[in-house]
Design a protein around this ligand. Structure first.
Ligand SMILES: Cc1cc2nc3c(=O)[nH]c(=O)nc-3n(C[C@H](O)[C@H](O)[C@H](O)COP(=O)(O)O)c2cc1C
Length: 268
C-alpha cells in the first residue's frame, strides 16, 4: 500500500474524502451526545417480564435500522434479523426459547442469525453498490482487498482444501511478519459470523433503550428448532433471540452486578 493510489492513506484529505455531514460528529458531538449515550448504556438491562404490547411499528423499524449500522468485518454484514410478526410463529418461537418469561411476555421477538454462508452474495452486492454497478471500479488496495483477500479468507470447500491452504499460507507468512491467523477452519468462520451478528444485536438493544423500551438477549434457546421455524438453511445459525417491549416492575431481577473493573479491563 504505497504511493498516491492508496485510498487508506488519503483518508485524512478533506478535499477528496466523501464526508456526509449526517454521518459525522459535529464539533459539539461529545458534549451533546454523551449524556444521552450514558443514559442508554447505563439504562439498558436484561428485563425478564414485559406487558406484552408490541412496539409501535415505526419505532421497531428505526431500531432495526440502527442495528444494521453496526460495524462488520470487511463490511460483509453476514447476519440477518428476523422480526417475527406472525402471531402463531411468535408463540412457537417463545416455546423454542424454552418458554422463558421474557419470550412469552415480550411485545416483539427478533431472531438474530449468523449468515456467514452468504458472504459470496453479500460481497457481490457490496461490490455492485460501491462501484455503482461497475461505473466506478474499485482501485488499488481496496480493489485488491475485496477481489483477492476477502475471497481468500472466506472461501471454503467440503474437503477443507481451502482451509489447509490458508493455514499453510498464514504459517509461511508469519515466519517473517505479523500475520492474521484466521479465519482458517469452519469453526473460525462460525465465530466470525456470530461476532457480526452479536454486534448488530447490541446496536439493536441500545437503540431499543434509547427509544425508551426494554430488551432481553436470549441464548438459552433451541437454535436448530428456531432455524427450522424460520425456514433457514442448515448453513445459517441462530446467534440469539432479542425479546423487546415495555418491561414490568417484576422484570428486573435485581441491581446490576458486574465483576470488579480490574478483572475485566487491563492496562498494559
Ligand atoms: C448472548 C447472551 C445470552 C443470554 N441468554 C439469556 C437467556 O437465555 N435468558 C435470560 O434470562 N437472560 C439471558 N441473557 C441476559 C444476561 O443474563 C444478562 O445480560 C446478564 O445477567 C447481565 O445483566 P444486564 O444485561 O441487566 O446488565 C443473555 C445475555 C447474552 C449476552
Amino acid at each position: 500500500m504505497s504511493g498516491t493510489s492508496n485510498p487508506l492513506r488519503e483518508m485524512d484529505n478533506p478535499e477528496k474524502v466523501f464526508n456526509p455531514k449526517h454521518e459525522r460528529p459535529n464539533p459539539s458531538f461529545q458534549t451533546s451526545a454523551l449524556p444521552g449515550f450514558k443514559k442508554v448504556v447505563q439504562g439498558r438491562r436484561a428485563v425478564r417480564s414485559f406487558d406484552g404490547s408490541p412496539l409501535p411499528e415505526n419505532v421497531m423499524r428505526d431500531c432495526l435500522h440502527d442495528a444494521t449500522l453496526a460495524p462488520s468485518s470487511s463490511n460483509l454484514q453476514c447476519y440477518e434479523l428476523y422480526w417475527v410478526r406472525d402471531g402463531a410463529k411468535k408463540i412457537q418461537l417463545a416455546a423454542l426459547c424454552l418458554d422463558q418469561p421474557a419470550a412469552t411476555t415480550a411485545g416483539d421477538l427478533i431472531v438474530v442469525v449468523s449468515r456467514v454462508d452468504l458472504w459470496r452474495s453479500h460481497l457481490a452486492k457490496l461490490s455492485e453498490i460501491m462501484t455503482e454497478s461497475g461505473k466506478k471500479p474499485l482501485r488499488g488496495p481496496v480493489r485488491a482487498y475485496y477481489e483477492k483477500i476477502v475471497p481468500m479468507l472466506m472461501r471454503t470447500d467440503p474437503f477443507g482444501f481451502n482451509n489447509l491452504m490458508r493455514r499453510l499460507m498464514f504459517w509461511y507468512k508469519s515466519r517473517n511478519e505479523p500475520t492474521v491467523d484466521g479465519p482458517v477452519t469452519r469453526g473460525d468462520h462460525r465465530v466470525y459470523g456470530h461476532i457480526q451478528a452479536s454486534l448488530a444485536a447490541e446496536n439493536l438493544m441500545l437503540s431499543l433503550a434509547a427509544h425508551g423500551y426494554e430488551s432481553c438477549p436470549m441464548g438459552g434457546i433451541d437454535g436448530r428448532g428456531i432455524a427450522t421455524l424460520l425456514g433457514l438453511p442448515r448453513t445459517a445459525e441462530v446467534t440469539m433471540v432479542i425479546c423487546a417491549g415495555t418491561g414490568t416492575p417484576k422484570g428486573l431481577m435485581g441491581p446490576r452486578v458486574r465483576l470488579p473493573f480490574s478483572d475485566l479491563v487491563k492496562e498494559v
